[in-house]
Design a protein around this ligand. Structure first.
Ligand code: VGL
Ligand code: ZN
Length: 196
């Protein structure tokens, strides 16, 4: 049910990224959750579609360092780390898209990539947006330099007018400056950046 063609996509606000005891804690991520909740409340007030994404990995996946990838074990399907961060408002009547469930790298909410073959496949995201007649996409969440970036770039490439909000995201910054570079890349692609 939605009365607007602008969707709110809430990316990966899960314990492993946002709770300070999470396995892939993103520094200062809790500070943006109230701002994300404000966006969720506004979208609910307007009866707009909200889609939440969840990173949702099997115990063994080449996404994890122990299996040949780069990340500590995180967001294992059904684990505490994969659950919503306690302070996130999870709206009823919203949609959830899980990514990485088959062992793929799932940075974008729209598509996943097999890290061994590089084969890409779509999640349910675009089908959901099409079904709701979405034309515009607001992206908020974690992490600026991975899942927010890839989700926003994919939305833009697929022809949606795409917006990001600086007070509603935080970066991993594996290398210093990664989040700033990600924002620059999003601007370059034609994504509109708002302070709040
Ligand atoms: C993410 C690293 C690994 C993210 C997911 O949600 O940005 N980052 N998996
Ligand atoms: Zn992941």
């Amino acid at each position: 049910m939605s009365n607007s063609n602008r969707v709110l996509i809430v990316v990966d606000v899960q314990n492993d990224f946002v709770d300070p005891s999470g396995n892939l804690y993103v520094q200062d991520a809790p500070s943006v959750v109230p701002n994300i909740n404000t966006k969720i409340a506004a979208a609910r007030g307007d009866e707009r579609l909200i889609v939440y994404t969840q990173d949702w990995h099997p115990e063994v996946t080449p996404h994890f360092a122990k299996d040949g990838g780069i990340w500590p074990v995180h967001c294992v399907a059904g684990s505490w780390g994969a659950q919503w961060y306690s302070e996130l408002e999870v709206a009823t009547n919203s949609q959830v898209v899980r990514k990485g469930t088959g062992g793929e790298d799932g940075y974008s909410g729209f598509s996943v990539r097999d890290p061994l073959t590089n084969a890409e496949s779509d999640t349910a995201m675009e089908e959901i947006l099409k079904r709701h007649g979405v034309t515009d996409v607001d992206v908020v969440g974690i992490a600026t330099d991975y899942c927010v970036k890839e989700t926003a770039l994919d939305a833009c490439r697929r022809g949606y007018k795409t917006n990001i909000y600086l007070d509603c995201m935080k970066g991993v910054n594996l290398q210093p400056g990664d989040a700033d570079s990600a924002i620059a890349a999003m601007v370059e692609a034609g994504i509109e950046v708002f302070d709040g």
